[in-house]
Design a binder for this molecule. Sequence first.
Ligand SMILES: [Zn+2]
Length: 170
Amino acid sequence: MSQIRKDLEDLTTQILVDNDLMYKAPIDVISLANLYDIKVYGIKTKNEISGAITYDKDEDYFEILVNTNNAKTRQRFTIAHELGHYFLHKEMLKDSNMHIDALYRTTTDMKNVDTKELEKEVDYFAGALLMNRELLEKLSKEYGIEELAKIFDVSTSAVIVRMKVLGLLC
Ligand SMILES: [Zn+2]
């Protein structure tokens, strides 16, 4: 496992421990965001936007928007993804107005950064936050993918990606 991934495992585990959420599933990502004074708003839009995170310079707070037209599991992953931006790129976001995540596309005015790499890291963060490594390793000995998806309230494809990355699935 690369150093970046190790760091992301450590960071997400620390966030869960700090908030007494270790070994819990599913993780309530909205309540978790609220604990960091981040409000989460649903937006109903037919376009391809999955979510966004914005920083209000005047009031000094972050807000997450999520497209409620998407499946519930997708919305949870999006919120976890936006939380990833908060924990990993807080200072960068403070200099930009809004970070928008859409299908195949990310819009942001973060300059001189490889956004593709950032998005990959943030997706890794989201998977690790929703499916803590230790808990997933333990539960995957007892349950199949469909059941794990229900336990963690994520899509089956999210379970598969996470299990592959942890070497729990070939
Ligand atoms: Zn993003």
